[in-house]
Design a protein around this ligand. Structure first.
Ligand code: MRU
Length: 371
């Protein structure tokens, strides 16, 4: 997608130096556009843990590139297999909720299995990380095509009046390699001349909505309005929302969806107001082993400073301020689980299906356990 009219991806190999991976530093947005160099696997791990990069698909892609960096470093260690396996384990531990991280690491290790030549390890990890990124873009483009039909039918019903879509957090191109998951159908609709308007929930505490989604949509010229997280229900009651589309960090085979904290409340409000609530789900975010999202998906708890301290521009200077007493106890849950019964459908890269085991198995028959 475009930044000041120039196309970017979120992560790439430095074209002038193949020992450096580069990524957009998302902590600096929307006020500054910075690129961070990742020079070894620890840089990649820290970028994931510190949310230089975030969003389940991009976290997976970053882990893949980190293992390429580990393969480069492994040239000069005594026990390269142990070195790479240790890096893989530490990467998987960097963030607990999203499914794509462990998926990408597993895929990289499988690609490496049986390789003992250092140069081969480097070539394999580079090729596999590149494939993960290319496939991620293709998957998002397929989600765009499937989700577009939902938007188009509402647009036709409204005789071309703007389709008001509510989203939460950032499931945009910054959360993936390009295009995004939830935003992909919105971008495609906009490109095809279908009038859309996006309600962007700010998404406390890290404000991925107001700081990342709004920034993205602005650079693509998609009409949007930022709202506080608590405004979604009010807008739905007053006929201002035609459709909700969110992303997911991990979806169970039964269609329960873990996504950024606050998604569940949006789904409850949509259900109460008969508003379709869809989740954009790339296949690597589906955890086929899990049937009960509320019980089985680990929910990340993050630093309480994210809740207590806000950062913003003060006369052109970035400042941080504490908004509450030092003595106030705080909990900072990163994600919640929306049960399948509140979800109208899943927009996957293979099509749209009901949020259910049967719905997902129909699109992914190879995942169906054989008796
Ligand atoms: O904590 P984050 O920013 O990594 O959270 C991920 C998200 O942005 C969302 O939950 C998103 O909807 C899923 S990733 C496409």
């Amino acid at each position: 997608m475009n930044v000041d009219g120039k196309p970017y991806r979120t992560i790439w190999l430095n074209p002038d130096d193949a020992s450096i991976v580069q990524a957009i530093d998302q902590r600096a947005l929307p006020h500054r556009f910075l690129i961070q160099d990742l020079k070894n696997w620890r840089d990649g791990r820290d970028a994931i843990a510190d949310m230089v990069v975030r969003g389940a698909p991009l976290i997976g892609a970053t882990a893949a590139w980190s293992l390429y960096l580990a393969a480069l470093e492994a040239r000069s260690v005594d026990d390269p297999d142990t070195f790479i396996n240790n890096a893989a384990a530490k990467l998987v531990d960097a963030r607990p909720t999203g499914a794509n991280l462990a998926w990408a690491v597993q895929r990289m290790l499988e690609a490496l299995a049986g390789t003992s030549d250092a140069e081969q390890r480097i070539a394999i990890t580079r090729r596999e990380a590149e494939s993960i990124c290319t496939e991620d873009v293709e998957i998002c483009q397929r989600i765009a095509n499937h989700g577009l039909e939902l938007i188009r039918s509402i647009s036709e019903r409204k005789a071309g009046d703007p389709v008001n879509i509510l989203t939460h957090c950032n499931a945009g191109w910054l959360a993936t390699v390009d295009w995004g998951t939830a935003t992909a159908p919105m971008y495609l609709a906009h490109q095809q001349g279908i009038a859309v308007h996006v309600w962007v929930g700010e998404t406390r505490p890290r404000n991925q909505g107001s700081q990342l989604t709004a920034w993205e949509l602005g650079h693509e010229g998609v009409p949007h309005t930022v709202i506080v997280d608590n405004a979604g229900g009010h807008l739905m009651q007053h006929g201002q929302v035609d459709l909700c589309i969110t992303g997911t960090d991990r979806t169970t085979r039964t269609g329960d969806v873990a996504n950024k904290i606050g998604t569940y409340l949006k789904a409850l409000a949509a259900n109460d107001n008969d508003i379709p609530f869809y989740v954009a789900v790339p296949s690597a975010s589906i955890d086929w082993r899990i049937g009960n999202g509320q019980k089985e998906i680990p929910i990340e708890e993050r630093d309480v400073a994210e809740v207590a301290i806000v950062e913003g521009l003060d006369g052109g200077r970035l400042r941080q301020v504490r908004t509450m007493l030092e003595t106030s106890p705080i909990r900072n849950y990163g994600f919640d689980v929306t049960p399948a019964r509140l979800i109208t459908g899943l927009i996957t890269d293979r099509g749209v299906c009901p949020a259910s085991e049967q719905g997902l198995f129909e699109l992914f028959p190879e995942r169906k356990p054989t008796a």
